[in-house]
Design a protein around this ligand. Structure first.
Ligand SMILES: [Zn+2]
Length: 483
Protein backbone atom coordinates (compact mmCIF):
# COMPACT_ATOMS: atom_id res chain seq x y z
CA UNK A 1 0.00 0.00 0.00
CA UNK A 2 1.16 3.51 -0.80
CA UNK A 3 2.66 5.59 1.98
CA UNK A 4 0.84 8.64 0.54
CA UNK A 5 -2.56 7.31 1.27
CA UNK A 6 -4.63 9.85 3.22
CA UNK A 7 -7.62 9.12 5.33
CA UNK A 8 -10.71 10.99 4.11
CA UNK A 9 -11.98 13.15 6.97
CA UNK A 10 -15.19 11.77 8.40
CA UNK A 11 -16.80 15.22 8.33
CA UNK A 12 -16.36 18.12 5.92
CA UNK A 13 -14.71 21.06 7.63
CA UNK A 14 -15.28 24.15 5.46
CA UNK A 15 -12.83 26.28 7.45
CA UNK A 16 -9.95 23.99 6.48
CA UNK A 17 -10.77 24.20 2.79
CA UNK A 18 -12.36 27.57 2.11
CA UNK A 19 -9.89 30.07 3.55
CA UNK A 20 -6.75 28.63 1.90
CA UNK A 21 -8.62 28.26 -1.39
CA UNK A 22 -9.83 31.87 -1.23
CA UNK A 23 -6.34 33.16 -0.49
CA UNK A 24 -5.08 31.18 -3.49
CA UNK A 25 -7.69 32.83 -5.75
CA UNK A 26 -6.72 36.29 -4.49
CA UNK A 27 -2.98 35.67 -4.82
CA UNK A 28 -3.48 34.47 -8.39
CA UNK A 29 -5.32 37.71 -9.22
CA UNK A 30 -8.40 35.93 -10.54
CA UNK A 31 -10.66 38.78 -9.42
CA UNK A 32 -8.43 41.69 -10.42
CA UNK A 33 -9.98 43.61 -13.28
CA UNK A 34 -7.89 44.74 -16.25
CA UNK A 35 -8.80 48.14 -17.66
CA UNK A 36 -6.68 47.52 -20.78
CA UNK A 37 -8.54 44.36 -21.75
CA UNK A 38 -10.49 44.16 -25.03
CA UNK A 39 -13.24 42.14 -23.39
CA UNK A 40 -16.63 43.68 -22.86
CA UNK A 41 -16.84 45.14 -19.34
CA UNK A 42 -19.27 44.02 -16.65
CA UNK A 43 -19.18 46.09 -13.46
CA UNK A 44 -20.83 46.03 -10.07
CA UNK A 45 -19.89 48.37 -7.24
CA UNK A 46 -20.98 47.04 -3.88
CA UNK A 47 -23.47 49.34 -2.18
CA UNK A 48 -21.03 50.29 0.58
CA UNK A 49 -21.94 48.85 3.98
CA UNK A 50 -21.41 51.04 7.06
CA UNK A 51 -17.92 50.81 8.50
CA UNK A 52 -19.44 50.46 11.99
CA UNK A 53 -21.40 47.37 11.24
CA UNK A 54 -21.08 43.73 10.50
CA UNK A 55 -22.84 42.01 7.65
CA UNK A 56 -26.23 40.50 8.41
CA UNK A 57 -28.08 37.73 6.61
CA UNK A 58 -29.57 40.27 4.17
CA UNK A 59 -26.06 41.26 3.06
CA UNK A 60 -25.15 37.60 2.66
CA UNK A 61 -28.05 37.14 0.23
CA UNK A 62 -27.40 40.44 -1.53
CA UNK A 63 -23.66 39.77 -1.92
CA UNK A 64 -24.28 36.20 -3.06
CA UNK A 65 -26.56 37.44 -5.85
CA UNK A 66 -23.84 39.87 -6.96
CA UNK A 67 -21.22 37.13 -6.80
CA UNK A 68 -23.38 34.81 -8.91
CA UNK A 69 -23.77 37.49 -11.60
CA UNK A 70 -20.09 38.41 -11.59
CA UNK A 71 -18.88 34.81 -11.72
CA UNK A 72 -21.30 33.95 -14.52
CA UNK A 73 -20.15 36.95 -16.59
CA UNK A 74 -16.51 36.19 -15.84
CA UNK A 75 -16.95 32.65 -17.14
CA UNK A 76 -18.76 33.98 -20.20
CA UNK A 77 -15.70 36.02 -21.12
CA UNK A 78 -16.51 39.48 -19.83
CA UNK A 79 -13.95 41.73 -18.16
CA UNK A 80 -15.60 41.79 -14.76
CA UNK A 81 -15.06 44.26 -11.97
CA UNK A 82 -16.75 43.78 -8.63
CA UNK A 83 -15.59 46.68 -6.52
CA UNK A 84 -15.71 46.41 -2.70
CA UNK A 85 -15.61 49.13 -0.09
CA UNK A 86 -17.20 50.78 2.89
CA UNK A 87 -19.15 53.86 3.86
CA UNK A 88 -17.78 56.17 6.58
CA UNK A 89 -21.33 56.30 8.00
CA UNK A 90 -21.15 59.77 9.56
CA UNK A 91 -23.54 59.74 12.50
CA UNK A 92 -23.31 55.99 13.20
CA UNK A 93 -19.52 56.06 13.43
CA UNK A 94 -19.40 59.30 15.38
CA UNK A 95 -21.82 57.79 17.91
CA UNK A 96 -19.70 54.67 18.38
CA UNK A 97 -16.61 56.72 19.20
CA UNK A 98 -18.61 59.16 21.35
CA UNK A 99 -19.90 56.22 23.37
CA UNK A 100 -16.33 55.02 23.97
CA UNK A 101 -15.39 58.51 25.13
CA UNK A 102 -18.45 58.68 27.36
CA UNK A 103 -17.29 55.48 29.07
CA UNK A 104 -14.18 57.46 30.07
CA UNK A 105 -16.35 60.36 31.21
CA UNK A 106 -15.40 62.50 28.20
CA UNK A 107 -17.25 64.13 25.33
CA UNK A 108 -16.03 65.00 21.85
CA UNK A 109 -15.83 68.62 22.98
CA UNK A 110 -13.17 67.69 25.55
CA UNK A 111 -11.00 66.47 22.69
CA UNK A 112 -11.75 69.17 20.15
CA UNK A 113 -12.60 68.56 16.52
CA UNK A 114 -9.17 67.64 15.18
CA UNK A 115 -8.34 65.17 17.96
CA UNK A 116 -11.79 63.64 17.81
CA UNK A 117 -11.59 63.03 14.06
CA UNK A 118 -8.15 61.48 14.60
CA UNK A 119 -9.71 59.14 17.16
CA UNK A 120 -12.37 58.09 14.67
CA UNK A 121 -9.73 57.27 12.06
CA UNK A 122 -7.90 55.20 14.69
CA UNK A 123 -11.12 53.40 15.52
CA UNK A 124 -11.73 52.77 11.81
CA UNK A 125 -8.25 51.30 11.39
CA UNK A 126 -8.74 48.95 14.34
CA UNK A 127 -12.38 47.95 14.06
CA UNK A 128 -13.45 48.75 10.53
CA UNK A 129 -12.24 45.44 9.16
CA UNK A 130 -14.98 43.14 10.47
CA UNK A 131 -17.05 43.46 7.30
CA UNK A 132 -14.08 42.84 5.02
CA UNK A 133 -13.30 39.65 6.95
CA UNK A 134 -16.89 38.50 6.53
CA UNK A 135 -16.73 39.17 2.80
CA UNK A 136 -13.62 37.00 2.58
CA UNK A 137 -15.36 34.24 4.50
CA UNK A 138 -18.23 34.41 2.00
CA UNK A 139 -15.67 33.83 -0.76
CA UNK A 140 -16.69 36.98 -2.61
CA UNK A 141 -14.91 37.41 -5.92
CA UNK A 142 -14.30 41.13 -5.43
CA UNK A 143 -11.29 43.06 -6.68
CA UNK A 144 -9.50 43.89 -3.42
CA UNK A 145 -6.89 45.95 -5.27
CA UNK A 146 -9.62 48.53 -5.87
CA UNK A 147 -11.10 48.53 -2.35
CA UNK A 148 -12.63 51.95 -1.68
CA UNK A 149 -13.81 54.06 1.23
CA UNK A 150 -16.15 57.04 0.97
CA UNK A 151 -13.50 59.22 2.65
CA UNK A 152 -10.46 58.00 0.73
CA UNK A 153 -8.44 60.13 -1.72
CA UNK A 154 -11.00 59.68 -4.52
CA UNK A 155 -13.90 60.61 -2.25
CA UNK A 156 -12.06 63.67 -0.99
CA UNK A 157 -11.73 64.97 -4.54
CA UNK A 158 -15.15 63.90 -5.82
CA UNK A 159 -17.22 65.45 -3.03
CA UNK A 160 -16.19 69.13 -3.35
CA UNK A 161 -16.14 68.80 -7.13
CA UNK A 162 -19.76 67.72 -7.30
CA UNK A 163 -20.78 70.15 -4.55
CA UNK A 164 -19.37 73.07 -6.52
CA UNK A 165 -20.94 71.81 -9.73
CA UNK A 166 -24.38 71.57 -8.14
CA UNK A 167 -23.96 74.91 -6.35
CA UNK A 168 -22.97 76.68 -9.57
CA UNK A 169 -26.00 75.12 -11.29
CA UNK A 170 -28.23 76.49 -8.48
CA UNK A 171 -28.99 72.93 -7.36
CA UNK A 172 -27.49 73.43 -3.89
CA UNK A 173 -28.70 76.24 -1.66
CA UNK A 174 -28.63 77.31 1.96
CA UNK A 175 -31.90 78.15 3.66
CA UNK A 176 -33.70 78.26 6.94
CA UNK A 177 -35.99 75.25 6.82
CA UNK A 178 -37.58 72.84 9.20
CA UNK A 179 -35.61 69.64 9.62
CA UNK A 180 -35.55 66.56 11.87
CA UNK A 181 -33.36 67.41 14.84
CA UNK A 182 -31.94 65.12 17.53
CA UNK A 183 -31.60 67.07 20.79
CA UNK A 184 -29.02 64.56 22.06
CA UNK A 185 -26.88 64.00 18.94
CA UNK A 186 -27.30 67.75 18.26
CA UNK A 187 -27.61 67.26 14.53
CA UNK A 188 -30.08 67.28 11.69
CA UNK A 189 -31.27 63.80 10.70
CA UNK A 190 -32.43 62.43 7.38
CA UNK A 191 -35.93 60.99 7.13
CA UNK A 192 -34.58 57.44 7.26
CA UNK A 193 -32.64 58.22 10.43
CA UNK A 194 -36.00 58.86 12.10
CA UNK A 195 -37.96 55.88 13.37
CA UNK A 196 -41.65 56.36 13.98
CA UNK A 197 -43.46 54.57 16.75
CA UNK A 198 -46.79 55.04 18.50
CA UNK A 199 -46.59 56.66 21.92
CA UNK A 200 -49.22 57.33 24.53
CA UNK A 201 -49.28 61.09 24.41
CA UNK A 202 -52.01 63.59 25.07
CA UNK A 203 -54.42 65.64 22.99
CA UNK A 204 -55.35 68.89 24.67
CA UNK A 205 -57.96 71.39 23.48
CA UNK A 206 -57.12 74.94 24.46
CA UNK A 207 -59.23 78.08 24.21
CA UNK A 208 -57.39 81.03 22.69
CA UNK A 209 -58.88 84.52 23.12
CA UNK A 210 -61.91 85.52 25.18
CA UNK A 211 -65.57 86.42 24.87
CA UNK A 212 -66.75 86.79 21.26
CA UNK A 213 -63.22 86.58 19.98
CA UNK A 214 -62.30 83.06 21.05
CA UNK A 215 -61.36 79.89 19.21
CA UNK A 216 -60.37 76.44 20.46
CA UNK A 217 -57.41 74.52 19.03
CA UNK A 218 -56.29 71.00 19.86
CA UNK A 219 -52.68 69.84 20.07
CA UNK A 220 -50.48 66.92 21.11
CA UNK A 221 -47.70 69.37 21.95
CA UNK A 222 -49.12 72.11 24.18
CA UNK A 223 -45.67 73.53 24.98
CA UNK A 224 -45.17 74.59 21.37
CA UNK A 225 -48.12 77.00 21.60
CA UNK A 226 -45.64 79.54 22.94
CA UNK A 227 -44.28 79.67 19.39
CA UNK A 228 -47.61 79.94 17.57
CA UNK A 229 -47.79 82.46 14.76
CA UNK A 230 -51.44 81.99 13.78
CA UNK A 231 -54.57 79.87 14.05
CA UNK A 232 -55.74 78.29 10.79
CA UNK A 233 -59.21 77.15 9.72
CA UNK A 234 -60.66 75.81 6.49
CA UNK A 235 -61.89 78.68 4.25
CA UNK A 236 -65.36 77.10 3.89
CA UNK A 237 -65.87 76.24 7.56
CA UNK A 238 -69.10 78.09 8.53
CA UNK A 239 -68.14 78.07 12.23
CA UNK A 240 -65.12 80.28 11.65
CA UNK A 241 -65.71 82.14 8.38
CA UNK A 242 -66.47 85.41 10.19
CA UNK A 243 -63.21 85.21 12.16
CA UNK A 244 -60.80 84.86 9.24
CA UNK A 245 -58.65 87.96 9.00
CA UNK A 246 -59.16 88.92 12.65
CA UNK A 247 -56.76 88.38 15.54
CA UNK A 248 -56.99 86.32 18.69
CA UNK A 249 -55.08 86.42 21.98
CA UNK A 250 -52.46 83.71 22.38
CA UNK A 251 -52.59 82.82 26.09
CA UNK A 252 -49.43 82.60 28.23
CA UNK A 253 -47.40 84.36 25.54
CA UNK A 254 -49.94 87.22 25.63
CA UNK A 255 -49.54 88.05 21.96
CA UNK A 256 -52.23 88.71 19.35
CA UNK A 257 -52.00 86.28 16.43
CA UNK A 258 -53.99 86.24 13.16
CA UNK A 259 -56.69 83.73 12.20
CA UNK A 260 -56.02 82.56 8.66
CA UNK A 261 -57.82 80.32 6.15
CA UNK A 262 -56.02 77.42 4.47
CA UNK A 263 -57.42 74.65 2.27
CA UNK A 264 -55.23 72.06 3.99
CA UNK A 265 -56.96 72.38 7.35
CA UNK A 266 -59.25 69.39 7.90
CA UNK A 267 -62.51 70.80 9.32
CA UNK A 268 -63.41 67.36 10.70
CA UNK A 269 -60.25 66.96 12.77
CA UNK A 270 -60.47 68.17 16.37
CA UNK A 271 -62.24 71.52 16.49
CA UNK A 272 -61.42 72.32 12.87
CA UNK A 273 -59.07 75.07 14.05
CA UNK A 274 -55.34 74.37 14.27
CA UNK A 275 -52.43 76.25 15.74
CA UNK A 276 -49.67 77.21 13.30
CA UNK A 277 -46.23 76.77 14.85
CA UNK A 278 -43.94 77.22 11.88
CA UNK A 279 -40.63 76.77 13.68
CA UNK A 280 -41.59 73.51 15.39
CA UNK A 281 -43.77 71.50 13.02
CA UNK A 282 -43.08 70.58 9.39
CA UNK A 283 -46.68 70.97 8.16
CA UNK A 284 -47.07 74.22 10.04
CA UNK A 285 -43.84 75.42 8.47
CA UNK A 286 -45.29 74.93 4.99
CA UNK A 287 -48.45 76.74 5.97
CA UNK A 288 -46.64 79.59 7.73
CA UNK A 289 -44.40 80.01 4.68
CA UNK A 290 -47.41 80.16 2.34
CA UNK A 291 -49.07 82.85 4.44
CA UNK A 292 -46.00 84.77 5.59
CA UNK A 293 -46.69 83.98 9.26
CA UNK A 294 -44.12 84.63 12.02
CA UNK A 295 -42.16 81.58 13.17
CA UNK A 296 -40.69 82.30 16.59
CA UNK A 297 -38.17 79.68 17.74
CA UNK A 298 -39.00 78.91 21.37
CA UNK A 299 -36.66 76.00 22.04
CA UNK A 300 -32.89 75.70 21.93
CA UNK A 301 -30.90 72.88 20.30
CA UNK A 302 -31.07 70.81 23.51
CA UNK A 303 -34.87 70.82 23.50
CA UNK A 304 -34.99 73.35 26.34
CA UNK A 305 -37.54 76.17 26.14
CA UNK A 306 -35.83 79.45 25.27
CA UNK A 307 -36.70 82.96 24.07
CA UNK A 308 -40.42 82.49 24.50
CA UNK A 309 -40.47 85.42 26.90
CA UNK A 310 -42.47 83.37 29.39
CA UNK A 311 -41.82 81.70 32.74
CA UNK A 312 -41.33 78.40 30.88
CA UNK A 313 -37.95 79.40 29.45
CA UNK A 314 -35.24 77.13 30.84
CA UNK A 315 -37.53 74.11 31.19
CA UNK A 316 -36.97 70.87 29.32
CA UNK A 317 -39.59 70.47 26.57
CA UNK A 318 -41.37 67.59 28.34
CA UNK A 319 -41.46 69.38 31.71
CA UNK A 320 -42.69 72.47 29.91
CA UNK A 321 -45.53 70.44 28.37
CA UNK A 322 -46.85 69.59 31.85
CA UNK A 323 -46.28 73.09 33.18
CA UNK A 324 -48.01 74.75 30.23
CA UNK A 325 -51.08 72.51 30.60
CA UNK A 326 -51.17 73.16 34.36
CA UNK A 327 -51.06 76.92 33.82
CA UNK A 328 -53.71 76.79 31.07
CA UNK A 329 -55.91 74.78 33.44
CA UNK A 330 -55.39 77.33 36.20
CA UNK A 331 -56.58 79.99 33.74
CA UNK A 332 -59.61 77.88 32.81
CA UNK A 333 -58.50 77.52 29.20
CA UNK A 334 -58.34 73.73 28.87
CA UNK A 335 -61.58 72.72 27.15
CA UNK A 336 -60.91 69.00 26.76
CA UNK A 337 -58.12 66.49 27.31
CA UNK A 338 -57.55 63.03 25.89
CA UNK A 339 -54.94 61.05 27.73
CA UNK A 340 -53.49 58.63 26.77
CA UNK A 341 -53.73 59.68 23.15
CA UNK A 342 -51.98 57.18 20.90
CA UNK A 343 -50.08 58.90 18.09
CA UNK A 344 -46.97 58.42 16.00
CA UNK A 345 -43.79 60.17 17.15
CA UNK A 346 -40.37 60.19 15.47
CA UNK A 347 -37.31 58.95 17.36
CA UNK A 348 -33.61 59.24 16.52
CA UNK A 349 -32.58 55.88 15.06
CA UNK A 350 -29.16 56.19 16.75
CA UNK A 351 -30.15 57.09 20.30
CA UNK A 352 -33.96 56.86 20.50
CA UNK A 353 -34.37 60.48 21.61
CA UNK A 354 -37.68 62.03 20.52
CA UNK A 355 -36.96 63.92 17.32
CA UNK A 356 -37.68 67.64 17.43
CA UNK A 357 -38.74 69.34 14.21
CA UNK A 358 -36.54 72.40 14.18
CA UNK A 359 -36.26 75.49 12.04
CA UNK A 360 -32.61 76.00 11.28
CA UNK A 361 -30.16 77.15 8.64
CA UNK A 362 -29.09 74.15 6.58
CA UNK A 363 -27.77 73.23 3.14
CA UNK A 364 -30.13 71.56 0.69
CA UNK A 365 -30.02 69.86 -2.70
CA UNK A 366 -32.80 71.04 -5.01
CA UNK A 367 -33.83 67.56 -6.05
CA UNK A 368 -36.62 68.18 -8.60
CA UNK A 369 -34.51 68.22 -11.81
CA UNK A 370 -32.24 65.41 -10.54
CA UNK A 371 -35.18 63.24 -9.48
CA UNK A 372 -36.87 63.86 -12.81
CA UNK A 373 -33.73 62.77 -14.65
CA UNK A 374 -33.59 59.63 -12.49
CA UNK A 375 -37.25 58.91 -13.22
CA UNK A 376 -36.82 59.55 -16.96
CA UNK A 377 -33.88 57.15 -17.10
CA UNK A 378 -36.28 54.35 -16.15
CA UNK A 379 -39.26 55.71 -18.12
CA UNK A 380 -37.09 55.82 -21.26
CA UNK A 381 -35.66 52.36 -20.68
CA UNK A 382 -32.04 53.43 -20.15
CA UNK A 383 -32.18 51.89 -16.67
CA UNK A 384 -34.24 48.75 -16.11
CA UNK A 385 -35.78 47.74 -12.81
CA UNK A 386 -36.00 44.02 -12.19
CA UNK A 387 -38.65 42.82 -11.41
CA UNK A 388 -40.76 45.31 -13.35
CA UNK A 389 -43.56 45.13 -10.76
CA UNK A 390 -41.41 47.22 -8.44
CA UNK A 391 -41.25 50.15 -10.88
CA UNK A 392 -44.19 51.96 -9.23
CA UNK A 393 -42.30 51.89 -5.95
CA UNK A 394 -39.34 53.56 -7.61
CA UNK A 395 -41.55 56.22 -9.22
CA UNK A 396 -43.28 56.78 -5.88
CA UNK A 397 -39.90 57.71 -4.54
CA UNK A 398 -38.39 59.79 -7.36
CA UNK A 399 -41.60 61.55 -8.34
CA UNK A 400 -42.49 62.69 -4.82
CA UNK A 401 -39.21 63.87 -3.41
CA UNK A 402 -38.73 66.93 -1.26
CA UNK A 403 -35.47 68.86 -1.16
CA UNK A 404 -32.67 66.98 0.55
CA UNK A 405 -31.09 68.43 3.69
CA UNK A 406 -27.40 67.60 3.25
CA UNK A 407 -25.78 69.37 6.22
CA UNK A 408 -25.13 67.57 9.48
CA UNK A 409 -23.87 69.12 12.70
CA UNK A 410 -21.24 66.41 13.12
CA UNK A 411 -17.46 66.26 13.00
CA UNK A 412 -16.98 62.93 11.23
CA UNK A 413 -17.52 63.19 7.51
CA UNK A 414 -16.83 65.41 4.51
CA UNK A 415 -16.75 68.98 5.79
CA UNK A 416 -18.90 71.26 3.67
CA UNK A 417 -16.63 72.94 1.06
CA UNK A 418 -18.00 76.42 1.71
CA UNK A 419 -16.04 79.30 3.22
CA UNK A 420 -17.50 82.48 4.67
CA UNK A 421 -15.68 85.78 4.29
CA UNK A 422 -15.44 88.62 6.81
CA UNK A 423 -18.07 90.65 4.93
CA UNK A 424 -20.61 87.90 4.45
CA UNK A 425 -19.01 86.48 1.31
CA UNK A 426 -19.86 82.85 0.50
CA UNK A 427 -17.22 80.94 -1.39
CA UNK A 428 -17.62 77.37 -2.64
CA UNK A 429 -14.28 75.75 -3.40
CA UNK A 430 -13.27 72.78 -5.50
CA UNK A 431 -10.76 70.20 -4.20
CA UNK A 432 -7.62 72.06 -5.29
CA UNK A 433 -8.71 75.59 -4.42
CA UNK A 434 -7.73 77.53 -1.32
CA UNK A 435 -9.77 80.10 0.56
CA UNK A 436 -8.29 83.59 1.02
CA UNK A 437 -7.01 84.56 4.47
CA UNK A 438 -9.74 85.45 6.94
CA UNK A 439 -12.29 83.05 5.45
CA UNK A 440 -13.78 80.39 7.73
CA UNK A 441 -15.04 77.01 6.53
CA UNK A 442 -18.60 75.93 7.30
CA UNK A 443 -18.25 73.70 10.40
CA UNK A 444 -20.89 71.17 9.29
CA UNK A 445 -20.28 67.95 7.41
CA UNK A 446 -22.30 66.46 4.58
CA UNK A 447 -24.89 63.73 4.96
CA UNK A 448 -23.21 60.36 4.50
CA UNK A 449 -25.33 59.69 1.41
CA UNK A 450 -23.89 62.74 -0.32
CA UNK A 451 -20.64 60.81 -0.82
CA UNK A 452 -22.11 57.33 -1.22
CA UNK A 453 -24.31 58.73 -4.01
CA UNK A 454 -21.10 59.38 -5.96
CA UNK A 455 -19.83 55.87 -5.30
CA UNK A 456 -20.35 54.34 -8.80
CA UNK A 457 -17.92 56.86 -10.33
CA UNK A 458 -15.88 58.26 -7.41
CA UNK A 459 -14.53 54.74 -6.80
CA UNK A 460 -13.33 54.63 -10.41
CA UNK A 461 -11.29 57.80 -10.01
CA UNK A 462 -13.75 60.54 -11.06
CA UNK A 463 -13.28 63.56 -11.43
CA UNK A 464 -10.00 62.46 -13.07
CA UNK A 465 -10.51 60.94 -16.50
CA UNK A 466 -9.11 57.54 -15.54
CA UNK A 467 -8.75 54.34 -17.55
CA UNK A 468 -10.98 52.62 -14.98
CA UNK A 469 -13.71 55.16 -15.59
CA UNK A 470 -13.44 54.74 -19.36
CA UNK A 471 -13.54 50.98 -19.14
CA UNK A 472 -15.95 50.25 -16.30
CA UNK A 473 -18.41 53.16 -16.16
CA UNK A 474 -21.39 53.15 -16.32
CA UNK A 475 -21.74 50.12 -14.09
CA UNK A 476 -23.93 47.20 -15.17
CA UNK A 477 -26.21 46.37 -12.28
CA UNK A 478 -27.04 47.41 -8.74
CA UNK A 479 -28.36 44.63 -6.52
CA UNK A 480 -30.23 46.11 -3.64
CA UNK A 481 -32.57 45.10 -0.86
CA UNK A 482 -36.20 46.02 -0.40
CA UNK A 483 -36.34 49.26 1.56
ZN1 LIG B 1 -29.81 60.99 18.52
Amino acid sequence: MSQNKRELASTFSPADIESPLYEKWIAAGYFTADNTSDKEPYTIVIPPPNVTGSLHIGHALDHTLQDVLIRMKRMKGFETLWLPGMDHAGIATQNVVEKQLAAQGKSRHDLGREEFVKKVWEWKAESGGAILGQMRRLGESVDWSREAFTMDANGIKAVPTIFKKLYDADLIYRAERIINWCTRCLTALSDIEVEHSDVEGEFVSVRYGDGDQQITVATTRPETMLGDGAVAVHPDDPRYKHMVGTQVLLPLANRMIPIIADELVDPDFGTGAVKVTGAHDPNDFEMATRHGIDMPIIMNEHGVMANSGTQFDGMDRFDARKAVVAELKAQGRVVAEKRPYLHSVGHCSRCDTTVEPRLSMQWFVRVAPLAKAAGDAVREGRVKIEPKELEPRYFDWVDNMHDWCISRQLWWGHQIPVWYGPNGEVLVLGPDEKAPAGYVQDPDVLDTWFSSALWPFSTLGWPADTDDLKKFYPTSVLVTGYD
